[in-house]
Structure formats: structure tokens, C-alpha cells
Design a protein around this ligand. Structure first.
Ligand SMILES: N[C@@H](CCC(=O)N[C@@H](CS)C(=O)NCC(=O)O)C(=O)O
Length: 235
């Protein structure tokens, strides 16, 4: 049994999607991020960085893993699935996983902060992060022109990138002229395990930005950003 500590965000959904795909038994614990539950001492003992997602593998002596990319690798290696076994195939998956962890995630995250959450509209920051998202989306689109998935068969690299890119509207970045990216988004969205994963827990990001729940989500995220800024140190 695996305990998953999560919230309705792309990084959280990466892990619920992977657990569903792998049919691993797990219990999802949803943390209230706007109330700072992720900074409580009990959770910092699991993830010293004080952020979701994290897992504890009860079958492996309560082994804890934090950082969503590291969790995906752990689950793929534990099961021998969602990643090839040979060195080159594995490296291809890790490359696209790192592309998400170092590029798509941070850039879309910052686009959300400046486009949705901070009260002041700082246009150069919005342009910078949305522009970088567009550039990264074009890299994905060009690669997907020749490839069905990012690195051979459907893998943890697809899960990691998909969980973020699907929320492109929330970041204010369109994909209308990126047909290969759209095809890949639709193909992965149709997987039953993916549907279960993005509903564990369901996300307000999926709703219309003018919807009350989406507005409340943005407000809570804004409070979380302010809380993070007012803290000393990482957690
Ligand atoms: N690099 C980390 C990022 C984790 C992260 O930023 N999590 C966000 C939600 S997506 C969070 O917990 N935010 C709460 C906070 O900043 O206090 C990962 O991929 O796991």
C-alpha cells in the first residue's frame, strides 16, 4: 500500500495518474495547501521541502519519496513499467521527464503566478513566462510530429508533461496552432486511468476561469504565494 500526499494540482495529478496506470493500491491524502498543511512538522518529516506530492511506500519499510519526477521514476522502477529497461530507452524517458521538471513545470508555474495569482499585472513577467511556455510547447509539437509519444511507448515522460500541458488555458497560453500537441493531449486524455488520476482530487483548474470554484482556487493560490514569500528558508 502506498500513501500519496497530494492536492488538485498538475504535480499531484502526475502521481495519481501513474498509480492508476500501474494499478498500485494507494490511499490519497489531500492536503489543504492554502492553510499550509504542507508546512506542518509531520509532513516536513516526509518531504523537507514542504510541498506536494510525496509518497510513503508502506510495503518498503515506510520509504518516503518526494519530488514528483523522483516519485515517477521510483514507481516505474518498482514495477518495471512505464519506462523501458534498456539504457538508451530509459535515457530518452529521463530526458523528456527532465524537460518537464526543469522547463514546462517551472515556466507554467510562474505564468500562473503572474497571470492569475499576483494582484498586480506585471506585463513583462507575464510575457516572459507565457512566451517561454509557448516556446516549450513548440518543442513538444515538433517532436510529436514524428513520434506518437515522447519517448517510445507511453511512459512516465508523457504523464509528467501531459499533467501540466493540459492546463495551458489556466496559464493563458493557447495551443490552437500546435496540431501534434493537440493530438497527443487528446490521446492521453482518453485513457481511463488518466481520467481517474485527474479526479484524485478533482481540479478547479478544469473549470471556467470565471466560475466560483476557479475564482476561489485562484484566491487560495494567491494567499499561498504570499505565504511562501513571507517565509524564511525553503519550507
Ligand atoms: N518540484 C516539485 C514541485 C512541487 C510543488 O511546487 N508543489 C506545489 C503544488 S503543485 C506545492 O506544494 N505548493 C505549496 C507551497 O508552495 O507551499 C515537484 O515536482 O514535486
Amino acid at each position: 500500500m502506498i500513501d500519496l500526499y497530494t492536492a488538485a494540482t498538475p504535480n499531484g495529478h502526475k502521481i495519481s495518474i501513474a498509480l492508476e496506470e500501474l494499478a498500485l493500491p494507494y490511499t490519497a491524502h489531500t492536503l489543504n495547501l492554502s492553510q499550509g498543511e504542507q508546512k506542518q512538522p509531520w509532513f516536513l518529516a516526509i518531504n523537507p521541502n514542504g510541498r506536494i506530492p510525496a509518497i510513503v511506500d508502506r510495503a518498503e519499510g515506510d520509504f518516503a519519496v518526494f519530488e514528483s519526477g523522483a516519485i515517477l521514476l521510483y514507481l516505474a522502477e518498482k514495477t518495471g513499467r512505464l519506462m523501458p529497461q534498456d539504457a538508451q530507452g530509459r535515457s530518452r524517458v529521463v530526458q523528456w521527464l527532465m524537460f518537464q521538471m526543469g522547463g514546462i513545470g517551472p515556466m507554467m508555474g510562474q505564468a500562473n503566478v503572474f497571470f492569475r495569482y499576483v494582484p498586480e499585472k506585471i506585463q513583462p513577467a507575464i510575457d516572459r513566462y507565457q512566451g517561454e511556455c509557448r516556446r516549450l510547447f513548440r518543442v513538444l509539437d515538433s517532436h510529436l510530429r514524428e513520434h506518437e509519444f515522447l519517448a517510445g511507448d507511453y511512459s512516465i515522460a508523457d504523464i509528467a508533461n501531459w499533467a501540466w500541458v493540459r492546463t495551458h488555458r489556466w496559464s493563458g497560453v493557447d495551443v490552437d496552432d500546435l496540431p501534434h500537441l493537440q493530438r497527443w493531449l487528446g490521446r492521453i486524455r482518453a485513457r481511463p486511468a488518466v481520467q481517474k488520476g485527474i479526479n484524485t482530487p478533482p481540479s478547479a483548474i478544469d473549470r471556467d476561469a470565471g466560475d466560483d470554484r476557479a475564482r476561489q482556487f485562484a484566491e487560495e493560490a494567491r494567499q499561498m504565494v504570499e505565504m511562501g514569500q513571507s517565509r524564511q528558508g525553503g519550507a
